[in-house]
Design a protein around this ligand. Structure first.
Ligand code: TMP
Length: 241
């Protein structure tokens, strides 16, 4: 962990400045929260695991032509990233119904969606990250119409890349959350992380609805074997990278 005072501390990561104003250092913590931090805990070595998984996935996404803020990984829990202005939206892509989609629509968990669903949530902990309509998003100037179109295109392309990659790993990508930022040249970059904290990942060849879960739902729902699940995702991602 850097000695420099942090720029920002979030629930799972700390952001530090570096000597270069265009570069920041992200430190991945073991802290885990759920339900807007009403539930708190620790997942041993989560920071190391999520930092490595994010590194593999950001490199893969960049190879496929989508720019990310990733620069390198100077230590197991640290990632150097390009400084960006984060767009205050959580972009969620869903392939299979789970989580809040089931709660809010009545769709049965596991329902395969006819096409991927892209949703925008307002990134504001005090408000509990509410789901936005496009009109509300424009009303509060969270992004422009051109930015929304670009986010949607990038999110769907990332979904194709990750669905294919996780499929090779024997894992079904149920849904996931992305964050994007704008760099000093005005380019939109994929930012934050992609890990079992921010995705729902199910073992493809396991039909048991609890045994198949390899993501933060194990922590959210007190299902046990959380560390084991995160490690399994890392092992599979590593061996297919
Ligand atoms: P949801 O079904 O609870 O809306 O979650 C959809 C996806 O977004 C799921 O893969 C978990 C991820 N997610 C986050 O990364 N951060 C959050 O704060 C929430 C609520 C969900």
């Amino acid at each position: 962990m850097s000695d420099t005072p942090a720029l920002y501390e979030g629930k799972a990561k700390i952001l530090y400045p570096t000597e270069d104003p265009d570069v920041l250092l992200t430190y991945f913590k073991d802290d885990a929260t759920a339900f807007n931090a009403q539930k708190k805990g620790t997942i041993v070595d989560k920071g190391i695991i999520n930092c490595e998984i994010t590194t593999h996935l950001f490199k893969l996404i960049a190879q496929k032509g989508i720019s990310t803020h990733y620069i390198d990984r100077p230590s197991p829990r640290e990632m150097r990233v390009k400084a960006v202005q984060i767009i205050p939206l959580e972009v969620v892509v869903r392939n299979i119904a789970a989580g809040s989609l089931c709660k809010q629509t009545g769709l049965a968990i596991g329902t395969v969606l006819p096409q991927p669903l892209v949703e925008f949530y307002y990134k504001d902990d005090a408000m509990g990250d509410p789901l936005l309509t496009l009109d509300r998003l424009y009303l509060i100037n969270a992004a422009t119409a051109a930015e929304v179109a670009e986010l949607q295109t990038k999110a769907l392309e990332i979904d194709r890349i990750l669905t294919d990659f996780f499929g090779q790993c024997g894992i079904t990508l149920v849904d996931f959350k992305l964050e994007f930022g704008i760099d000093k040249s005005g380019q939109i970059l994929l930012a934050d992380e992609i890990s079992p904290d921010s995705c729902r990942l199910w073992l493809a060849d396991e039909s048991d609805p609890v045994k198949r879960i390899l993501d933060k739902d194990r922590f959210r729902q007190d299902l046990g074997q959380v560390e084991n699940a995160y490690q399994q995702v890392l092992d599979r991602v590593r061996s297919h990278s």
